[in-house]
Design a protein around this ligand. Structure first.
Ligand SMILES: Nc1ncnc2c1ncn2[C@@H]1O[C@H](COP(=O)(O)OP(=O)(O)OP(=O)(O)O)[C@@H](O)[C@H]1O
Ligand SMILES: [Mg+2]
Length: 310
């Protein structure tokens, strides 16, 4: 496993640094994975890799490496859609995790995506609604930046929010379609609010950080809950999952879970370690594609933009 702490110094992911880190890490990470699984390369049945969406430089490193390894070992190649993988992370655990039955809805909330997806089979997915501008993870990260917190901002806002009053400040919810999202207006509203208050009291952020974080979180979580509620009403599907990095958020997890009692839904909340990007989620997609012998040819291309239904 490797993560890239270097980005926290820059307040966001720097694409060039990400590609270089991928280049540096890929061989040792694969060796470590084999060692930990207690197998050798020739025990492998196929090579699964992330085709997209994502940063092109990083995707190219993985794609070229996977192709060479598959060719070298004469085993099949399996291209994985990163957004499908976030959702299918719900199928990783054999026993401990309750798996969602088809059809189910998934609110995928991450650093680059915010969408409600209807899943009718492992590889049959339809986007019912998505963000028109920023992703919810970006809203968290940009709000954190305005407040002078570190990167990634989501976990930090979540942490401060736990000690704050969620009704201290009010931010208006965006007016968009029933199942669509918009977060760029919220970011601007937060920026102007903070600038205004800091003019009156330079220590405003410091003195009220927990309340500000709790109020931002309350606004975001209300938006998400409204939308998923609309989707359940529209589809009649009451099996509801969350996925993606932002699904690590404590308030989102709590509020979704509460809907089991109040609305009679069945909810699926991923284990904490399967929320942000992880290798297991790519592995599980590889597994299902392998079962259906759905392999890819060597001219498969990395694709920076790829929808969950592609
Ligand atoms: N507890 C939390 N509360 C809110 N947001 C969180 C929390 N933990 C992580 N995040 C957010 O999750 C995001 C990262 O998630 P993830 O790694 O799935 O995104 P990504 O891979 O960059 O984007 P994508 O999957 O759309 O390509 C960041 O924006 C981060 O702030
Ligand atoms: Mg991701």
């Amino acid at each position: 496993m490797a993560n890239q702490e270097i980005h926290s110094e820059y307040g966001g992911v720097v694409p060039e640094l990400a590609s270089r880190a991928h280049q540096q890490n890929i061989v040792p990470v694969v060796q470590q994975a084999l060692q930990r699984a207690n197998i050798v390369k020739k025990d492998l049945s196929a090579i699964a890799f992330t085709k997209g969406p994502g940063l092109m430089g990083s995707l190219l490193v993985g794609t070229s490496f996977a192709k060479s390894l598959a060719q070298g070992l004469s085993i099949p190649l399996i291209a994985v859609n990163h957004m499908q993988a976030h959702i299918l992370a719900h199928f990783i655990e054999e026993d401990t995790q309750q798996k969602p039955p088809f059809p189910f809805l998934c609110l995928t909330i991450s650093g680059g995506h915010t969408e409600i997806v209807k899943i009718t089979d492992y590889f049959s997915m339809e986007i019912l609604g998505s963000t028109l501008d920023d992703a919810v993870g970006e809203a968290y990260d940009k709000s954190a930046k305005i407040l002078g917190l570190g990167y990634p901002g989501g976990p930090l806002i979540d942490k401060h929010a736990k000690n704050g009053n969620p009704y201290a400040y009010k931010f208006t919810k965006p007016k968009v379609g029933d199942l669509d999202f918009s977060f760029s207006g919220l970011k601007t509203a937060i920026l102007y609010f903070i600038q205004r208050e800091v003019k009156l009291n330079p220590s405003f952020v410091k003195e009220n950080l927990d309340d500000i974080c709790a109020s931002i979180q309350e606004t975001i979580v209300n938006i998400l809950m409204d939308k998923i509620n609309n989707a359940v009403k529209k589809t009649g599907i009451t099996h509801v999952a969350i996925a993606g990095g932002v699904s690590a958020n404590s308030e989102i997890r709590k509020r979704l879970k509460a809907l089991e009692k109040t609305r009679g839904w069945t909810t699926y909340i991923p284990k904490f370690e399967y929320t942000t990007d992880n290798a297991a989620m790519i592995g599980i997609v590889g597994y299902y594609k392998y079962l259906s012998q759905s392999f890819d040819s060597n001219d498969t291309k990395a694709t920076a933009r790829l929808k969950v239904d592609e």
